[in-house]
Design a binder for this molecule. Structure first.
Ligand SMILES: N[C@@H](CCC(=O)N[C@@H](CS)C(=O)NCC(=O)O)C(=O)O
Length: 212
């Protein structure tokens, strides 16, 4: 009996494939070797049941027995409590994992998302707002660069913090935003060549391709 059920869209357009956030959950589940199955919810017609699990009508969400949990960060924290492969048992390491998990989402992703969105929609690079957005992201990358140059993973062993940070950074890399940040790029390569990421990515691509 598989208790863990991950829900993602039944289909998405080509552009976000490989980057839909269910990949974070797939990756964590693979690393922890937790058995799970994947269910789909319609991308086009978001129904009441969808909003009951994810109040913004987004994905992913995870069901673990009678618990239903949304927000990729919260889901990874939840899984981290089930597996010390994802969250080290040592209290100091655990605390570092938590701080880096939040840093990935609340310090780096909050700067990278506006940047990625404007890149995606091809905004001009020289508007005053766009310059601010560029500077905001650059400041984050400037400070994360020496951190990643000095260690293999963020909190000692590989953890959920790395899943989130690497996933956030690889979207920046997709739009060539890490060109001047060698340590960030190397970290993304280190993380995304892990067999569990490779499987999670291939599974997501196959999931959406099956709906074409
Ligand atoms: N903060 C949420 C963001 C979820 C999110 O942005 N999901 C995207 C897919 S990666 C989505 O559902 N987009 C469709 C939409 O926003 O309508 C999380 O990390 O789970």
């Amino acid at each position: 009996m598989v208790d863990l059920v991950l829900t993602t869209f039944d289909w998405v357009p080509e552009a976000p494939r490989g980057f839909v956030r269910d990949i974070r959950v797939r990756w964590a589940l693979e690393e922890a070797r937790l058995p799970y199955r994947v269910e789909s919810t319609p991308f086009r017609d978001r129904n009441a049941e969808h909003f009951a699990h994810q109040p913004f009508g987004q994905v992913p969400w995870l069901r673990d027995g009678d618990i239903s949990i949304f927000e990729s960060g919260a889901i990874l924290l939840h899984l981290g409590q089930r597996s010390d492969v994802l969250m080290p048992a040592d209290p100091h390491r655990r605390s570092e994992t938590l701080e880096w998990l939040f840093a990935a989402l609340n310090s780096v992703e909050m700067a990278s998302l506006p940047w990625s969105v404007s890149k995606f929609f091809g905004d001009a690079d020289d508007t005053p707002v766009r310059k601010r957005v560029n500077e905001f992201l650059k400041a984050r990358l400037r400070h994360i660069e020496p951190v990643l140059a000095g260690r293999e993973w963020l909190a000692g062993p590989f953890s959920v913090a790395d899943i989130l940070m690497a996933d956030v950074l690889r979207l920046i890399d997709r739009f060539d935003g890490l060109a001047e940040h060698r340590a960030c790029r190397d970290y993304v390569v280190r993380a995304t060549t892990r067999p569990c990421f490779v499987k999670a990515h291939a599974d997501q691509m196959a999931h959406f391709a099956a709906a074409d």
